[in-house]
Design a protein around this ligand. Structure first.
Ligand SMILES: NC(=O)c1ccc[n+]([C@@H]2O[C@H](COP(=O)([O-])OP(=O)(O)OC[C@H]3O[C@@H](n4cnc5c(N)ncnc54)[C@H](O)[C@@H]3O)[C@@H](O)[C@H]2O)c1
Length: 276
């Protein structure tokens, strides 16, 4: 039986690129919160000869979507997950960003973990923002348990303590913490996944020219500055993320787990070098 690849955020920039690359050798399970765009993309893939095992429109944070996805992955073969669904600072408020980027990720992983088989792999899309050097040990302790009671209220209070009430960068800070937590979540889970013969890794993209990346470049002067200061001197393409995801999901990456791969044109390295 062919492996299945679940692509979350499949109607988005990176999701589409990942579906096209991974779908060449795997049956695809596609999910996104947008209904029409997702169905159009699934139809396009089917007419190009891709095998589609499932298409599920809806909020990844919902029980109904999680249930449908786990049903599609419960087959006699290891699965691959490329988890791209996420919200950026200009797309939602801090609460929704944390809820989708981190809480929904934790729930997705918990839902699929009973189905892990040797050679199952999850590739989570984090962000270069998750590497920003903000020292906040109390926040990090909270972020380690996204399903704790009152989690979002505690995060809101933590952001307010750092920035002050109603600060315009609350969304950006929530995004940064959600992605940092995602990177750490991979590190923490690798051992348990390894015992099942499975791997879990993250990718931290720099600015990538997807609908989200274009919006952030337009709205945030910091993003525009970082784009030019990275050694590559240009934004990345969704395919450059998909190539990295395909590699990490392949047997060629069989000794790689519990770590984060920066695919950012050297942006974080240059920033660290500048800060000394
Ligand atoms: N584009 C960039 O410059 C950039 C940089 C660093 C990290 N990232 C991360 O990469 C990932 C992919 O981003 P992209 O650039 O392809 O963005 P995108 O906006 O093109 O795609 C994201 C997709 O996620 C979907 N989505 C959003 N909320 C959802 C929810 N609740 N349930 C299900 N689906 C949902 C959207 O509908 C969209 O199709 C995101 O996690 C993002 O944070 C992007």
């Amino acid at each position: 039986m062919r492996q299945r690849a679940l692509i979350t955020g499949a109607a988005g920039g990176m999701g589409r690129a990942c579906a096209r690359l991974l779908g060449a050798s795997r049956d695809l399970v596609l999910t996104d919160v947008t209904t029409e765009a997702l169905q159009r993309f699934a139809d396009e893939l089917a007419s190009d000869g891709y095998a589609i095992a499932g298409v599920h429109a809806g909020d990844l944070a919902s029980e109904a979507v999680l249930e449908a996805l786990t049903c599609d992955l419960a087959v006699e073969a290891p699965f691959t997950i490329v988890h791209t669904a996420g919200l950026s600072p200009s797309q939602a408020d801090w609460r929704r960003i944390m809820d989708v980027n981190l809480v929904a990720t934790e729930r997705l992983l918990r839902a699929v973990e009973p189905l892990l088989r040797p050679e199952s792999v999850a590739v989570l899309i984090a962000s270069g923002a998750g590497h920003f050097p903000v020292a906040a040990p109390q926040m990090d302790a909270l972020l380690a348990d996204p399903l704790a009671p009152g989690f979002l209220d505690l995060i809101g209070a933590g952001i307010e303590t750092i920035l002050g009430p109603g600060h315009p960068n609350a969304n950006g800070m929530s995004y940064m913490f959600s992605k940092r937590a995602l990177i750490r979540l991979c590190e923490r889970r690798a051992e348990a996944w390894g015992r099942r013969g499975a791997r879990i890794v993250s990718i931290s993209p720099g600015l990538i020219l997807t609908p989200m990346g274009k919006l952030e470049r337009e709205k945030s002067p910091l993003v525009a500055t970082l784009e030019h200061s990275a050694p590559a001197g240009r934004p990345g393409s969704p395919m450059e993320i998909a190539f990295a995801a395909r590699f990490l999901a392949s047997d060629e990456a069989s000794f790689i787990t519990g770590c984060d791969l920066r695919v950012d044109g050297g942006g974080i390295a240059a920033e660290r070098a500048r800060q000394g």
